[in-house]
Design a protein around this ligand. Structure first.
Ligand code: ADP
Ligand code: MG
Length: 347
């Protein structure tokens, strides 16, 4: 009996790129995170985000960073083109968010991407549109400020299944707002705004040169700020710096607010989330949870940021011990908070 043996073929480059793009850019909030990180890498001090339909119709980010050199506009959206990494060894001491040179490329494979950019000292700005990593036409001179505007339109227009899996514009919108808020809290020296296209009111606005607390207050309201404890600890053995703000036992929310940055990257850690909830369960009523904003700085040699293209997950050495140390630091503050509460009532 003749059996058909499948033929092995090489995938066409655009198919490979679109598959890879789908991995990096899963929803508008991922795209926005990449773009925000690029703006921060470009040393921006002001970042403005504009959205339409949860970012699916329009996702625009304007910054006042270094801009992109006109001569680089031709390759900037190709895969693996970056100004941030030259050799693999540099990864161990990388201080920028980006290094893979994949974000702009990925976005250009799943959306209409336009870059308007001006560098300091340039006579004018340049505007360029991209499709599948390539310039659609030579960049055009135009008016503009120093910095970069990245406009992403019709995200997932060419991936029907992905588009369908987006449940609601509102859900995507809130996810984008969440990412911007978190970066705003972590980067108080940078001013952030976010608004819907066509609306004059900003949804979130933080000022340049503010503090972590100012921004927590701007985003989560003023009631929380009086119930925050500052955590500031260093462990010599693990070489970990622990900083942040956590709520005291007077404050609680229905769902834990957990904001974690490791070496300035927004990440998640189920282990730490759970451990945190466990210590707060001593202080809070059942079903009540704390607000947590933590920034951990680990020796870059102990962190592997290159686990996944979204960089959402980072791996680090001695994870359990680090978590224990963080919990100790919070516990110290919480037990101190109890005594200071008594103190307040006495005066
Ligand atoms: P990566 O950030 O990993 O280098 P990206 O695809 O995100 O890769 O960006 C490619 C390059 O485009 C960056 O290395 C940077 O030189 C440039 N770039 C992207 N966004 C900006 C921006 N907002 N301001 C200045 N340069 C930018
Ligand atoms: Mg990047």
């Amino acid at each position: 009996m003749d059996q058909q043996v499948p033929i092995v073929r090489r995938l066409a480059e655009d198919v490979v790129n679109r598959i890879a793009a789908g991995e990096v850019i899963q929803r508008p909030a991922n795209a926005l995170k990449e773009l925000l990180e690029n703006s921060l890498d470009a040393k921006s001090t002001n970042i403005q985000v504009t959205l339409k339909n949860g970012g699916l119709k329009l996702l625009q980010i304007q910054d006042n960073g270094t801009g992109i050199r006109t001569e680089d506009l031709g390759i900037v959206c190709e895969r693996f083109t970056t100004s941030k990494l030259e050799q693999f060894e540099d990864l161990t001491k990388i201080s920028t968010y980006g290094f893979r040179g994949e974000a702009l490329a990925s976005i250009s494979h799943v959306a209409h991407l336009t870059i308007t950019t001006k560098t300091n000292g340039a006579l004018c700005a340049y505007k360029a549109s991209y499709k599948d990593g390539k310039l659609k036409a030579p960049p055009k001179p135009c008016a503009g400020n120093v910095g970069t505007i990245i406009t992403v339109e019709d995200l997932f227009h060419n991936i029907a299944t992905r588009k369908k899996s987006m449940k609601s514009y509102n859900e995507e919108h809130l996810k984008v707002v969440e990412v911007v808020s978190r970066y705003a809290i972590h980067n108080p020296l940078v001013g952030f705004t976010i608004k819907k296209l066509g609306e004059s009111l900003t949804e979130i606005k933080t000022n340049q040169d503010s503090t972590h607390i100012d921004n927590i207050q701007a985003i989560f309201g003023s009631t929380i700020s009086k119930d925050l404890l500052e955590v500031n600890d260093y462990c010599n053995i693990l070489k970990v710096k622990i900083k942040g703000y956590v709520s005291n036992p007077n404050f609680s929310v229905k769902k834990q607010i957990f904001i974690l940055f490791i070496n300035n990257r927004l990440v998640d850690s189920q282990g730490l989330r759970k451990a945190v909830d466990q210590i707060y369960s001593i202080y809070l009523a059942k079903g009540s949870h704390p607000f947590i904003y933590l920034s951990l700085n680990l020796d870059p040699l102990n962190v592997d940021v290159n686990v996944h293209p979204t960089k959402h997950e980072v791996h680090f050495l001695h994870e359990d011990k680090v978590i224990d140390k963080v919990i100790d630091a919070i516990q110290d503050k919480l037990s101190g908070a109890n005594t200071s509460r008594t103190f307040y009532t006495q005066t």
